[in-house]
Design a protein around this ligand. Structure first.
Ligand SMILES: O=C(O)CCC(=O)C(=O)O
Ligand SMILES: [Fe+2]
Length: 372
C-alpha cells in the first residue's frame, strides 16, 4: 500500500510528486492511510440525520426580481432571510440561467477530468501556492502547507480565477479545443452566475432593511470570482474518507452547481448533518465567512462537507464571490445595535485569508479569530 498517497514520477511539470485521487481510485483498493480521516470513526457524530423535517430551504429567485408582485417579493425575501439566518444555505430555483447551460457546464467539466492525466497536468497547480491562492488542476497532496500529519481529501480539482479579468492566469485554463468549448462555456456560465449572485445579494440586503446595493458594494468593483470544479472518484471505503472535509467557505457567497445525479453535499445544522438532495436545474447557494462578518453574524456561514460513495464519480462546480484581497471588511454599521452588538472587528482580507488557511487545516472556524 502506498501510505504516503504520493508516488514519484518523471512528470514534465513542476508537480512531479503527485498522485491524483482519480488514479488512486482506479485500483479500487482501500484508500491509502494518508486519506483516512481521524474524526470520521466517530460514527454517531458523523451520521447523516434521518429527520425528514430537516430539509434545505428552496428559494424561488423569480419571485425576488422585478417581474414579481410586491407580495411575492416580500414573502420570498422573508423566506430568504430566515433560510440564511438558520441554514446559511438554500437551493435556488427559478433563476434565469438556462438549464442547458448548466448541463453544458457540467459536461465540459466532466470532459476535462476524463482527459488523460498527462494532459490535465499541463494545467497543474504549482506546489508552493497557499491554500486560498491555488490555481489550476490539483489534489490535496500538492499543497505546500500540508505537513506530515495532514490528512488528504478524496478529490481532484480545477481551480480558476475568473475575475478581475486582468488577473486571470490563462495558463491554467484548458483551451477551447480540449475539452471542446471549455472556455466559452465557462465564460457564459460565469457571467450568468455572477448576475445571479448579484440578484441574491440585493435581495439579502433588502431583507435586512439595507439599501439594495449595500452588500454588493461591500464586495467592491474588483471583486474576486473564482471557480473550483471538484471531482470525487468512487472510493471503496467512503466511510473512512471525506470528499471535502467539514469546512465553511471563505468568501461572501458561493453558487454551487451540484452533480445532477450523485448526492454528496451535506450541511450541518442543529448539530446534525443533513444531505442536500440533487435537484437538476437548481443551484445551491451558501454564505461564506466574509459575509457572516459583513452581516455582523446575522447570516450564517454554514459548515458543510462533501462525501464520496463506492460506486459513482461525483462532480460539482463552485463559484466563489469575495471582496478583493487588497480590501478590508467589517460589519455593516446599520446591522450593529444594542440587540446585536458588534461581533467582528475590521479585518484586512489578506490577513483574514491567511487565518482562514491556518484554521482550515486545523479544522477550526475563522470567525473566532475575527471576533471583537
Ligand atoms: O461538492 C460539493 O458539493 C461541495 C463543494 C464545496 O463545498 C466547495 O468546493 O467548497
Ligand atoms: Fe464549500
Amino acid at each position: 500500500m502506498d501510505t504516503e498517497g504520493v508516488v514519484s514520477s518523471s512528470s514534465h511539470t513542476q508537480t512531479a510528486q503527485v498522485k491524483y485521487v482519480q488514479e488512486l481510485a482506479i485500483s479500487g483498493e482501500e484508500p491509502p492511510l494518508k486519506y483516512i480521516q481521524k474524526d470520521i470513526v466517530n460514527v454517531r457524530r458523523n451520521q447523516v440525520t434521518t429527520d425528514d423535517s430537516l430539509s434545505l430551504p428552496i428559494i424561488d429567485i423569480s419571485r425576488l426580481t422585478a417581474n414579481a408582485s410586491i407580495e411575492e417579493k416580500e414573502e420570498e425575501m422573508e423566506k430568504l432571510k430566515s433560510a440564511l439566518k438558520s441554514w446559511g444555505m438554500f437551493q435556488a430555483i427559478g433563476h434565469a440561467i438556462p438549464h442547458n447551460l448548466l448541463d453544458d457546464m457540467y459536461n465540459v467539466s466532466k470532459q476535462f477530468f476524463d482527459l488523460p492525466v498527462e494532459e490535465k497536468q499541463r494545467y497543474a497547480s504549482p506546489k508552493d501556492d497557499a491554500f486560498s491562492d491555488i490555481h489550476g488542476f490539483g489534489c490535496d497532496s500538492i499543497l505546500a502547507n500540508t505537513d506530515d500529519d495532514q490528512v488528504f481529501d478524496w478529490y481532484d480539482y480545477l481551480n480558476l480565477l475568473i475575475e478581475p479579468a486582468e488577473e486571470r492566469k490563462l495558463r491554467y485554463w484548458p483551451g477551447d479545443d480540449s475539452p471542446l468549448n471549455f472556455r466559452k462555456t465557462l465564460n457564459e456560465y460565469s457571467d450568468q452566475a455572477r448576475s445571479l449572485s448579484e440578484v441574491i445579494l440585493k435581495a439579502m440586503a433588502k431583507s435586512l432593511g439595507l439599501k439594495e446595493n449595500d452588500l454588493v458594494n461591500q464586495l467592491g468593483d474588483r471583486q474576486i470570482v473564482h471557480t473550483q470544479i471538484n471531482f470525487y472518484p468512487p472510493c471503496s471505503r467512503p466511510d473512512l474518507v471525506y470528499g471535502i472535509r467539514p469546512h465553511t467557505d471563505a468568501g461572501a457567497i458561493t453558487v454551487l452547481l451540484q452533480d445532477p445525479e450523485v448526492e454528496g453535499l451535506q450541511v450541518h445544522i442543529d448539530d446534525q448533518w443533513v444531505s442536500v438532495p440533487c435537484m437538476p436545474g437548481a443551484l445551491v447557494v451558501n454564505i461564506g465567512d466574509q459575509l457572516q462578518i459583513i452581516t455582523n453574524g446575522i447570516f450564517k456561514s454554514p459548515l458543510h462537507r462533501a462525501m464520496t460513495n463506492a460506486e459513482r464519480t461525483r462532480i460539482s462546480l463552485a463559484m466563489f464571490y469575495a471582496p478583493h484581497t487588497d480590501g478590508e471588511i467589517e460589519p455593516v454599521a446599520a446591522l450593529i445595535d444594542e440587540s446585536n452588538p458588534r461581533k467582528y472587528r475590521n479585518v484586512k482580507v489578506k490577513d483574514f485569508l491567511e487565518a482562514f488557511d491556518q484554521n482550515y487545516l486545523q479544522g477550526k472556524r475563522v470567525y473566532d479569530w475575527a471576533s471583537v
